[in-house]
Write a protein that binds this ligand. Structure first.
Ligand code: ZN
Length: 191
Protein backbone atom coordinates (compact mmCIF):
# COMPACT_ATOMS: atom_id res chain seq x y z
CA UNK A 1 0.00 0.00 0.00
CA UNK A 2 1.60 3.22 -1.06
CA UNK A 3 0.68 6.89 -0.86
CA UNK A 4 4.04 8.12 -2.06
CA UNK A 5 6.93 6.72 -4.07
CA UNK A 6 10.45 7.32 -2.77
CA UNK A 7 12.24 9.70 -5.15
CA UNK A 8 15.10 12.21 -5.00
CA UNK A 9 13.65 14.75 -7.41
CA UNK A 10 10.83 17.22 -6.97
CA UNK A 11 8.29 15.10 -8.79
CA UNK A 12 4.71 14.06 -8.02
CA UNK A 13 2.54 11.30 -9.46
CA UNK A 14 -0.86 12.27 -10.83
CA UNK A 15 -3.56 9.62 -10.68
CA UNK A 16 -7.07 10.08 -12.08
CA UNK A 17 -9.99 7.97 -10.90
CA UNK A 18 -13.33 6.59 -12.12
CA UNK A 19 -13.91 7.83 -15.70
CA UNK A 20 -17.46 9.17 -15.93
CA UNK A 21 -16.59 12.35 -17.86
CA UNK A 22 -14.88 12.10 -21.23
CA UNK A 23 -13.52 15.48 -22.32
CA UNK A 24 -11.81 15.57 -25.73
CA UNK A 25 -9.79 18.68 -24.82
CA UNK A 26 -8.26 16.76 -21.96
CA UNK A 27 -6.80 14.17 -24.35
CA UNK A 28 -5.19 16.99 -26.33
CA UNK A 29 -3.73 18.51 -23.16
CA UNK A 30 -2.19 15.21 -22.04
CA UNK A 31 -0.88 14.49 -25.54
CA UNK A 32 0.46 17.94 -26.38
CA UNK A 33 2.05 18.64 -23.01
CA UNK A 34 3.17 15.00 -22.56
CA UNK A 35 1.84 14.87 -19.00
CA UNK A 36 2.32 11.46 -17.36
CA UNK A 37 -0.86 10.24 -15.65
CA UNK A 38 -2.09 6.96 -14.20
CA UNK A 39 -5.79 6.19 -14.67
CA UNK A 40 -7.65 4.04 -12.15
CA UNK A 41 -10.75 3.12 -14.12
CA UNK A 42 -14.08 1.87 -12.86
CA UNK A 43 -15.58 -0.39 -15.53
CA UNK A 44 -19.13 0.87 -14.95
CA UNK A 45 -17.97 4.41 -15.74
CA UNK A 46 -15.89 3.61 -18.81
CA UNK A 47 -17.72 0.75 -20.53
CA UNK A 48 -19.80 2.95 -22.83
CA UNK A 49 -16.65 4.41 -24.35
CA UNK A 50 -13.50 2.34 -23.89
CA UNK A 51 -12.12 4.18 -26.92
CA UNK A 52 -11.81 7.48 -25.05
CA UNK A 53 -9.36 5.93 -22.60
CA UNK A 54 -7.50 4.24 -25.47
CA UNK A 55 -6.82 7.74 -26.79
CA UNK A 56 -5.47 8.72 -23.39
CA UNK A 57 -3.40 5.54 -23.32
CA UNK A 58 -1.95 6.43 -26.74
CA UNK A 59 -1.15 9.86 -25.30
CA UNK A 60 0.94 8.10 -22.63
CA UNK A 61 -1.54 7.36 -19.82
CA UNK A 62 -1.25 4.14 -17.85
CA UNK A 63 -4.53 2.20 -17.48
CA UNK A 64 -5.00 0.57 -14.07
CA UNK A 65 -7.67 -1.13 -11.96
CA UNK A 66 -10.38 0.56 -9.83
CA UNK A 67 -12.93 -2.32 -9.79
CA UNK A 68 -16.00 -3.17 -11.88
CA UNK A 69 -18.71 -1.28 -9.96
CA UNK A 70 -16.93 0.84 -7.30
CA UNK A 71 -18.28 -0.92 -4.19
CA UNK A 72 -17.24 -0.32 -0.62
CA UNK A 73 -14.96 -3.33 -0.57
CA UNK A 74 -14.87 -4.21 3.16
CA UNK A 75 -18.60 -4.96 2.95
CA UNK A 76 -18.00 -7.73 0.37
CA UNK A 77 -16.78 -11.29 0.74
CA UNK A 78 -13.31 -12.22 -0.46
CA UNK A 79 -14.87 -13.91 -3.49
CA UNK A 80 -16.86 -10.82 -4.52
CA UNK A 81 -13.88 -8.53 -3.96
CA UNK A 82 -11.76 -10.76 -6.13
CA UNK A 83 -14.39 -10.65 -8.88
CA UNK A 84 -14.48 -6.85 -8.72
CA UNK A 85 -10.73 -6.60 -9.21
CA UNK A 86 -10.00 -9.55 -11.50
CA UNK A 87 -12.93 -8.95 -13.87
CA UNK A 88 -11.90 -5.33 -14.44
CA UNK A 89 -8.28 -6.40 -14.98
CA UNK A 90 -9.45 -8.93 -17.55
CA UNK A 91 -11.57 -6.42 -19.47
CA UNK A 92 -8.79 -3.80 -19.53
CA UNK A 93 -6.34 -6.44 -20.73
CA UNK A 94 -8.63 -7.09 -23.70
CA UNK A 95 -9.42 -3.42 -24.33
CA UNK A 96 -6.00 -1.91 -23.76
CA UNK A 97 -3.55 -4.71 -24.49
CA UNK A 98 -1.83 -4.59 -21.12
CA UNK A 99 -2.89 -6.20 -17.86
CA UNK A 100 -3.27 -3.75 -14.96
CA UNK A 101 -0.88 -4.38 -12.07
CA UNK A 102 -1.78 -1.41 -9.88
CA UNK A 103 -4.99 -1.20 -7.88
CA UNK A 104 -6.86 1.56 -6.12
CA UNK A 105 -9.73 0.62 -3.83
CA UNK A 106 -12.94 2.66 -4.11
CA UNK A 107 -12.93 5.34 -1.38
CA UNK A 108 -9.49 4.05 -0.41
CA UNK A 109 -11.28 1.48 1.74
CA UNK A 110 -9.66 -1.92 2.18
CA UNK A 111 -9.72 -4.84 4.57
CA UNK A 112 -7.58 -7.94 4.77
CA UNK A 113 -9.56 -9.65 2.00
CA UNK A 114 -9.00 -6.68 -0.34
CA UNK A 115 -5.23 -7.02 -0.01
CA UNK A 116 -5.45 -10.76 -0.61
CA UNK A 117 -7.83 -10.39 -3.57
CA UNK A 118 -5.65 -7.70 -5.17
CA UNK A 119 -2.59 -9.91 -4.85
CA UNK A 120 -4.47 -12.92 -6.20
CA UNK A 121 -5.52 -10.84 -9.23
CA UNK A 122 -1.88 -10.03 -9.96
CA UNK A 123 -1.75 -6.53 -8.50
CA UNK A 124 1.75 -5.46 -7.48
CA UNK A 125 0.78 -2.39 -5.47
CA UNK A 126 -2.30 -0.75 -3.97
CA UNK A 127 -2.28 3.00 -4.50
CA UNK A 128 -3.51 5.42 -1.91
CA UNK A 129 -2.72 9.15 -2.08
CA UNK A 130 -1.33 12.18 -0.27
CA UNK A 131 -3.27 14.99 -1.92
CA UNK A 132 -6.84 15.12 -3.17
CA UNK A 133 -7.48 17.65 -5.94
CA UNK A 134 -10.97 18.99 -6.59
CA UNK A 135 -11.89 21.86 -8.89
CA UNK A 136 -8.16 22.26 -9.50
CA UNK A 137 -7.56 23.00 -5.83
CA UNK A 138 -5.11 20.84 -3.92
CA UNK A 139 -6.08 19.64 -0.43
CA UNK A 140 -2.84 18.79 1.35
CA UNK A 141 -2.76 15.82 3.67
CA UNK A 142 0.55 16.94 5.10
CA UNK A 143 -0.18 20.66 5.48
CA UNK A 144 1.36 23.36 3.39
CA UNK A 145 2.95 21.89 0.36
CA UNK A 146 3.84 19.04 -1.93
CA UNK A 147 6.58 16.58 -1.04
CA UNK A 148 8.78 14.61 -3.45
CA UNK A 149 7.05 11.43 -4.57
CA UNK A 150 3.54 12.37 -3.42
CA UNK A 151 0.69 10.57 -5.15
CA UNK A 152 -2.06 13.03 -6.09
CA UNK A 153 -5.68 11.99 -6.58
CA UNK A 154 -7.86 13.67 -9.20
CA UNK A 155 -11.26 12.50 -10.45
CA UNK A 156 -12.50 12.77 -14.02
CA UNK A 157 -14.98 15.64 -13.81
CA UNK A 158 -17.02 17.98 -16.01
CA UNK A 159 -14.50 20.83 -15.85
CA UNK A 160 -11.54 18.51 -16.35
CA UNK A 161 -9.22 20.48 -18.62
CA UNK A 162 -9.45 23.87 -16.88
CA UNK A 163 -9.19 22.29 -13.41
CA UNK A 164 -6.23 20.20 -14.48
CA UNK A 165 -4.37 23.24 -15.84
CA UNK A 166 -5.00 25.07 -12.58
CA UNK A 167 -3.54 22.15 -10.62
CA UNK A 168 -0.51 22.00 -12.94
CA UNK A 169 0.19 25.69 -12.33
CA UNK A 170 0.22 25.06 -8.57
CA UNK A 171 2.52 22.05 -9.00
CA UNK A 172 4.93 24.05 -11.16
CA UNK A 173 4.82 27.06 -8.85
CA UNK A 174 6.18 24.84 -6.06
CA UNK A 175 9.02 23.71 -8.32
CA UNK A 176 7.57 20.24 -8.94
CA UNK A 177 6.73 18.39 -12.13
CA UNK A 178 4.58 15.30 -12.79
CA UNK A 179 6.47 12.05 -13.37
CA UNK A 180 5.46 8.62 -14.66
CA UNK A 181 5.01 5.88 -12.05
CA UNK A 182 6.49 3.44 -14.54
CA UNK A 183 9.85 5.24 -14.27
CA UNK A 184 9.93 5.03 -10.47
CA UNK A 185 8.52 1.59 -9.60
CA UNK A 186 10.30 -1.75 -10.11
CA UNK A 187 10.28 -2.85 -13.76
CA UNK A 188 8.78 -6.24 -12.84
CA UNK A 189 5.58 -4.43 -11.81
CA UNK A 190 4.86 -3.86 -15.48
CA UNK A 191 5.77 -7.19 -17.05
ZN1 ZN B 1 -13.33 6.05 -7.34
Amino acid sequence: MISRIPVQDKVVFITIDDGWEKDADFVRLIRDERIPVTLFLENLAVKKNYGYFRELQQAGALIEDHTMTHPYMPRLSYKRQKQEICDAAGIYTTQYGARPTLFRAPYGSTDHDTLRAARDCGMKAIFFWREVVSNGKIAYQVPGRLHPGDIMLVHFNPNMTADFKKMLRTIHKQGFRPAAVRDHLPAEFFQ
